[in-house]
Design a protein around this ligand. Structure first.
Ligand code: NOJ
Length: 559
């Protein structure tokens, strides 16, 4: 297998709005990030992924960009960003930026021009259609609720927006638009950044004719996603982007790809095809959702999670490369989701980290995960800020007359704001995030859960993450080893073996709050030499038959 720096790295995602506010306006900013680089260096991460900092009217917190080459006022200036890049590099770390090119903001100059007239030179940068029988051009649903089309009276046509109506989709069929995007990417790479995380990049090619989708019982709109996820020209577009831009630099790329499966991911990440390095799959993040999508809550079955991660581990091994994540700015906090954020918060956060970081792939840590930050439960919908959450509430409770309590249950479990409350730095007011009034409330548990406390406590989740990161640097088996699932039918234990150049690594994790008897399978040869890491004190070196404590995790190195 080819060795690459991005396979050997650990990535840390910063959501700038909620990381650290340096000027007291209640909003995190770039100078705030610069101030916290010591913290990230101490943690030991290699690459920082910055969620969008570009100019934006903030309909979707920066994922609606009005100028790709300017910095949002609230976040600082281009000089601040240049300083951040220099400081990150001076510490031997790298920085990747978010690339959001499925859509722009409706306040982007291209769209302002495009909507003026049907023959404006920018018209074809976007996707316009006349209405059908006085209605939208097709029945697709926006990912943020309602129709995916917005009527524009100026030219009597509709434009497509797979997200909010302030996020019109770009028309990748237009070679001129593609050229502009490549030019902009080149400008950023010449600035010295080390790669891109590409927002919903597998949505950029839409099926010709934009056919109607199938409407589920009780719904008004169809998902339509089969006509734009991994669409007909997607691989062609990515290969062109690679040839025109990416191939000229030693950078890392990861494509966010809702609806990608292993077979498609092999194509996206096989280096011979010259597309991307990694994709973010959503499959393991949808195992606790029912057929109606993320808000349709369903308990996770560990067997499903093991089956899914195993499929990805074995599927990409030797062909492409996995990204490993539990969290990001769109997902609820993992310790609240698959762990126990009360009695066993520390144990379960460490267990989940062990299970993920010992897999084959590049691990991603989302800000606050390394101190075990938890979901929030605001009393009132008024306290939520996320457009997806607010639209869902409006559609179900205000327009749909559904039971608000039940809708709030879904919001507590799945709202993106769970991940977006301010980073908890200390037990000072507002968790030390700001001296002003934060744009979204802090989680009130910051007195116990904060970075200062975590740094001081040698047994904290923070120090456990540090150790996981250091082990990866020390043992190539963690990066490159093959993977084999053990005990596939076990309902509480996720155990697997890694193998590399005559060495073996045994990972055992208990996903339950019960004491669970563990028995290593007799037919598999393994001899443990050394316990590399565990989240409880362990007496003796018996890995064969023992009782796992609640959320226990152990990693043995052996042969
Ligand atoms: C995925 C991003 O992660 C999410 O935050 C955003 O709302 C959508 N793409 C639209 O850009």
């Amino acid at each position: 297998m080819q060795k690459n720096w991005w396979k050997e790295s650990v990535v840390y995602q910063i959501y700038p709005r909620s990381f650290f506010d340096s000027n007291g306006d209640g909003i995190g900013d770039i100078r705030g990030i610069i101030k916290k680089l010591d913290y990230l260096e101490k943690l030991g991460v290699d690459v920082i992924w910055l969620s969008p900092v570009y100019e934006s009217p903030n309909d979707d917190n920066g994922y609606d960009i009005s100028d790709y080459q300017k910095i949002m006022d609230e976040f600082g200036t281009m000089d601040d960003l240049d300083e951040l890049i220099t400081d990150i590099h001076a510490r031997g770390m790298k920085i990747i930026m978010d690339l959001v090119v499925n859509h722009t903001s409706d306040e982007h100059e291209w769209f302002k021009q495009a909507r003026k007239s049907k023959n404006n030179p920018y018209r074809d940068y976007y996707i316009w259609r006349p209405g059908k029988n006085g209605k939208e051009p097709n029945n697709w649903r926006s990912n943020f609720g309602g129709s995916a089309w917005e009527y524009d009276p100026v030219t009597d046509e509709y434009y497509l927006h797979l997200f909010s109506k302030k996020q019109p989709d770009l028309n990748w069929e237009n070679p001129k638009l593609r050229k502009e995007i490549y030019k902009m990417m080149t400008w950023w790479l010449d600035k010295g950044i080390d790669g891109f995380r590409m927002d919903v990049i597998n949505f950029i090619s839409k099926a010709p004719g934009l056919p109607d989708g199938k409407v589920m019982p009780g719904e008004i709109y169809a998902s339509g996603s089969q006509y734009y996820r991994n669409g007909p020209r997607i691989h062609e577009f990515l290969q062109e982007m690679h040839e025109q831009v990416l191939s000229k630099y030693d950078v890392m790329t990861v494509g966010e790809m809702p609806g990608v499966d292993v077979e498609e991911a092999k194509k996206y990440t096989n280096p011979e095809r010259k597309e991307l390095n990694m994709v973010f799959t959503f499959e393991h993040m949808s195992l606790d959702s029912g057929p109606y999508g993320k808000w349709d809550l369903k308990p996770l079955r560990l067997i499903d999670l093991k089956k899914n991660l195993t499929k990805w581990q074995n599927g990409l091994n030797g062909i492409g490369w996995n990204s490993l994540y539990w969290n990001n700015h769109d997902q609820p906090r993992i310790v609240s989701r698959f762990g126990d954020d009360k009695e066993y918060r520390v144990e379960s956060a460490k267990m989940l980290a062990t299970c993920l970081h010992m897999l084959q792939g590049t691990p991603y840590i989302y800000q606050g995960e390394e101190i075990g930050m938890t979901n929030i439960c605001f009393d009132s919908i008024e306290d939520y800020r996320d457009i997806e959450t607010l639209n869902f509430y409006r559609e179900k409770v205000i327009e749909g007359n559904e039971d608000p309590e039940q809708v709030m249950e879904s919001i507590y479990a799945k709202s993106r704001d769970n991940a977006r409350t301010p980073f908890q730095w200390s037990d000072k007011p507002q968790a030390g995030f700001t001296t002003g009034k934060p744009w979204i409330q802090v989680n009130q548990n910051y007195n116990e859960i904060n970075a200062n406390q975590a740094i001081e406590d040698p047994n904290s989740i923070f120090h456990y993450y540090r150790k996981l990161i250091q082990l990866r640097k020390q043992y190539p088996i963690i990066i490159y080893g093959d993977y084999q699932l053990l005990l596939p039918e076990h309902e509480q234990v996720f155990a697997y073996l890694r193998t590399y150049k005559g060495q073996k690594l045994l990972v055992i994790t208990n996903f339950s709050k019960e004491n669970i008897p563990f028995k290593f399978p007799e037919d598999i040869p393994f001899y443990a030499n050394e316990l590399l890491i565990s989240n409880y004190k362990i007496d003796g070196d018996n890995f064969q038959i023992f009782t796992l404590k609640p959320y226990e995790a152990r990693v043995y190195l052996g042969v």
